[in-house]
Design a binder for this molecule. Structure first.
Ligand SMILES: *Cc1c(COP(=O)(O)O)cnc(C)c1O
Length: 465
């Protein structure tokens, strides 16, 4: 499988090169040349596969430059760190299925992609006797999941920017208490979007990027999207019991458009109609909801909400969808993204019909989140985290009788204990991995949101080959 840039200015490259490149060198995002189609018989034959075996079947269709036995080994190692053999178990409450994606080492769905990506990087660096300096910005959960994906790995240093005092205490400690020598946490005085902008700027300096062997771990890395496609496929298999003609809806709490884009790829891969509808759920940062409902993709101020991992305006994966929306026209994609870079908005209302075939969307307020956590607990004695509650609220709005609805549960409630306690009157049970974390020794640099300052720090601490 060859990979192309959404902006069309790089020659096609194989999977492993796309993984190492992260952001395409022309400023675009990498996408597979085609999306493989899975026939109904093949799909049905996957019914009984274990999570790692299914992951191999799905991923291997996008990867042709890693030997199968090596790919299997990377996948197997990535999912033994989860606390359940099912990796992403489904539970059923009322008329909703809850897809629990939080059984990895940092208790959020990002572990599913980043345990895999960490091992994949390690494999490729050993093969090429090379080193990598990972640079990423996080709104909270990506950072710790990325750090846990690569901590202690020999040929990798990791630099993670998070917005100072704008992540939860637990999220902060999950990052800063990892004391391995290869881990560097930087708290910047600014928002997540400021951090993301710094990372983009540094990556856009192609010479600097290659000299310092920089790699990305943000959801712009294609391997992350790919790893997330797997649990959509698995959910369809489990919820429908592969009955013919049965469809599934998914409700997805969305920030950077990564998880929902994986659902979009799964929808295109699977037999037609297997995934009926993708429900995009945002918090008060509703740029993506405005995009789906009105074709209006325009930046607002970043607002702080009770679902901080979705406090994002410019969604870093949006460009991938945009590329498909304009019929894979790279020139048009580049023009539109340049216009967005200049004006902070683009008008896509001319594409409304297609957008509405692909998604429905709704924005969920803070009080609706609290109410949803409270009522779900009352009705089912099951505790939702605030991000999951955003999705569940949207699912209740769009639920159609007779069509199974899968809600992605993206974080464990104990990561956001205060919000949960305010909703249900008691804090959620804290899993073993978080016990006592607040008091553990931590290490972190605090810096201004200044690209030059961050660049200097990188130059000093980067692994040199
Ligand atoms: C990152 C994150 C999201 C949003 O996922 P995107 O892929 O950025 O849309 C939702 N919930 C939680 C808990 C997250 O960590």
């Amino acid at each position: 499988m060859q990979y192309l840039s959404t902006r069309g200015k790089i020659a096609p490259i194989p999977f492993t090169q796309a993984v190492m490149m992260g952001l395409a060198e022309d400023g675009g995002l990498l996408l597979p040349r085609t999306i493989p189609r899975i026939g109904s018989e093949t799909f049905a034959s996957w019914q009984k596969l274990s999570y790692p075996d299914l992951a191999f079947e799905v991923m291997s269709r996008f990867v042709d430059d890693i030997p199968s036995s090596d790919l299997r080994d990377i996948i197997n190692r990535s999912y033994t760190t989860f606390t359940t053999e099912k990796v992403t178990p489904l539970v059923h409450h009322g008329d909703l299925h809850i897809l629990e994606l939080f059984h990895g080492p940092t208790l959020a769905f990002k572990d599913i992609a980043l345990q895999f990506l960490g091992n994949l990087f390690e494999y490729l660096l050993n093969r090429d006797r090379s080193v990598l300096n990972i640079l990423g910005a996080t709104s909270g959960d990506t950072g710790s999941a990325a750090i846990y994906g690569v901590r202690g790995k020999e040929r990798i240093n990791i630099f993670i920017l998070h917005p100072h005092q704008r992540v939860s205490a637990v999220q902060e400690k999950q990052m800063t208490t990892v004391l391995d020598d290869n881990v560097f946490n930087i708290a910047i005085r600014g928002s997540f979007d400021d951090g993301q902008a710094i990372v983009k700027k540094i990556f856009n300096d192609v010479e600097f990027k290659s000299k310092y062997r920089l790699g990305a771990i943000n959801s712009i890395n294609w391997a992350r999207v790919l790893a997330q496609v797997v649990y959509y496929v698995r959910s369809c298999l489990h919820v429908t019991g592969h009955e013919k003609d049965s469809s599934v809806d998914f409700a997805i709490p969305t920030g950077n458009f990564g998880d929902i884009f994986a659902g979009y790829i799964a929808k295109k891969m699977l037999p037609a109609g297997t995934i009926r509808q993708l429900i995009l759920a945002t918090n008060d940062n509703d740029i993506l909801t405005r995009f789906v409902t009105k074709g209006d993709y325009s930046l607002g101020e970043v607002k702080m909400t009770s679902s901080p991992s979705m406090d994002i305006q410019a969604a870093s994966n949006f460009e991938r969808y945009l590329y498909y929306l304009v019929d894979s026209d790279a020139t048009r994609t580049r023009e539109l993204m340049e216009e967005f870079g200049k004006n902070g908005k683009i008008d896509l209302s001319g594409h409304q019909d297609q957008i509405r075939r692909d998604f429905v969307a709704t924005a969920v307020t803070g009080s609706e989140v609290t109410e949803t956590i409270a009522s779900f607990y009352r009705e089912h004695e099951y505790i939702l985290d605030p991000h999951t509650a955003v999705g569940v609220k949207a699912a209740r709005k769009f639920k159609k009788v007779g069509v199974p609805m899968v809600c992605l549960a993206t974080a464990h409630p104990a990561k956001f204990g205060e919000t949960v306690a305010a909703a249900i009157g008691k804090p959620p049970q804290v899993p073993e991995s978080l016990t006592g974390i607040i008091d553990k020794p931590a290490r972190c640099e605090i810096m201004d949101a200044d690209t030059n300052r961050i660049r200097e720090f990188l130059m000093e601490k980067a692994l040199k080959s």
